[in-house]
Design a protein around this ligand. Structure first.
Ligand SMILES: O=c1ccn([C@@H]2O[C@H](COP(=O)(O)OP(=O)(O)O)[C@@H](O)[C@H]2O)c(=O)[nH]1
Ligand SMILES: O=C(O)[C@@H](COP(=O)(O)O)O[C@H]1O[C@H](CO)[C@@H](O)[C@H](O)[C@H]1O
Length: 322
């Protein structure tokens, strides 16, 4: 706690339909890191257009809940995880902001303390990424891999090898980063959903609105603060709810779109022939297959500092402790 000093710490959980898990994560943070040890000053759940009781459960557990579309209402609302994370910057006050997914099934306080510690101990650090083993918990609540809403066949409810999870990391993000940003090859979990940063730095970079947010932040931040400004911390094992393979295919498309935009900014690819932004997947029908078309292009938000300069920190009425 001595290292905390006067540093304010905000923990943000982006949550879309996480009523099953968000409550336990919030209660654990409140009990261990706000009541027993006053390390965390602010705990905010960004309700990202949930259709379940996420907001109710998170509020009852003790979080400040802010609806994503209530933040910066003068701006056209956008969707996606990155939108939720970007908007959290406008409704939190911490000098350090910690992001934790709301679907973790083995959350423990060390997910927060492990990320905050390096930032409190080393002022030269700007950003800390988690790394961990990622077992694939099959047959989870949303059916787990291939058992999700896309109706693929689900499988039994047991964990697989410790590194079978992180499918988009292993099949898309890691090869992409090794080929195009070899200086980032040392990050074991580049798409990890748990990370922390100094507000001053987080507010100075754009946020990709969808699932490209982690890759976009990593690439943009290493350019801004250098590799020495970013650390990674081993948090052991991370278990979370899994999406279907088709859903991860759509996630992968957003990540590839994000990588392409960064390669273009670095002049490594030309936009004379921009890539298509349509992803076609297929669904089995009685008579064969039906094409399902998705827009894989993800918009991004500008650095929050530019927006707040124009519109000082707007707070939804009475929803966030100042
Ligand atoms: O539009 C969205 C999509 C996801 N999420 C949250 O972002 C975190 C990671 O998303 P998800 O679990 O879908 O990704 P995965 O971990 O399966 O890759 C979870 O807490 C989601 O509830 C969100 O707030 N808004
Ligand atoms: O790392 C990955 O491959 C994906 C999917 O993980 P699983 O195969 O379901 O364990 O999960 C991550 O990717 C998302 C996109 O960056 C992040 O937003 C999630 O927080 C993270 O869990």
């Amino acid at each position: 706690m001595a290292a905390k000093g006067g540093t304010r710490i905000s923990v943000v959980l982006p949550a879309q339909n996480e009523e099953e898990t968000v409550g336990e994560i919030v209660r654990t943070i409140r009990r261990a890191l706000m009541e027993r040890v006053p390390l965390v000053d602010e705990l905010v759940v960004i309700d990202s257009r949930s259709s379940d009781d996420t907001a109710l459960v998170a509020t009852a557990a003790g979080a400040t809940v802010v609806a994503q579309d209530d933040v910066l209402p003068a701006l056209p609302p956008l969707s996606g995880k990155g939108e939720a994370l970007w908007k959290s910057l406008a409704v939190t006050t911490g000098d350090v902001v910690v992001f934790v997914d709301a679907d973790l099934r083995n959350f423990s306080p060390h997910f927060v303390t492990g990320l905050v510690g390096p930032l409190l101990a080393d002022p030269s650090l700007a950003y800390v990424k988690a790394c961990y083993d990622r077992p694939l918990i099959e047959g989870g609540p949303d059916g787990g891999p291939d058992g999700g809403p896309d109706g693929d066949s689900g499988t039994g409810g047991c964990a697989s090898a410790p590194t079978d999870g992180g499918r988009v990391t292993e099949l898309v993000a890691r090869p992409l980063l090794n080929m195009c940003w070899p200086e980032l090859a040392g990050f074991m979990q580049p798409l990890a959903g748990e990370y922390a940063g100094r507000r001053s730095v987080l507010e100075s970079v754009p946020f990709v609105c969808g699932y490209g947010v982690e890759l976009g932040l990593l690439v943009d931040l290493v350019e801004k603060v250098g590799l020495d400004g970013i650390a990674q911390v081993d948090l052991g094992i991370r278990e979370h709810s899994h999406q279907s393979t088709a859903a991860l295919g759509r996630m992968a498309a957003q990540i590839i779109d994000t990588a392409w935009s960064r390669l273009h900014r670095r002049g490594l690819v030309s936009m004379d022939e921009p890539p298509s932004t349509e992803l076609v997947q297929f669904s089995r029908t009685a008579g064969g297959y039906r094409p399902l078309r998705y827009d894989a292009q993800v918009p991004e938000r500008p650095p929050m500092v530019e927006v707040l300069r124009a519109d000082p920190r707007p707070v939804p009425s009475g929803e966030v402790d100042r």
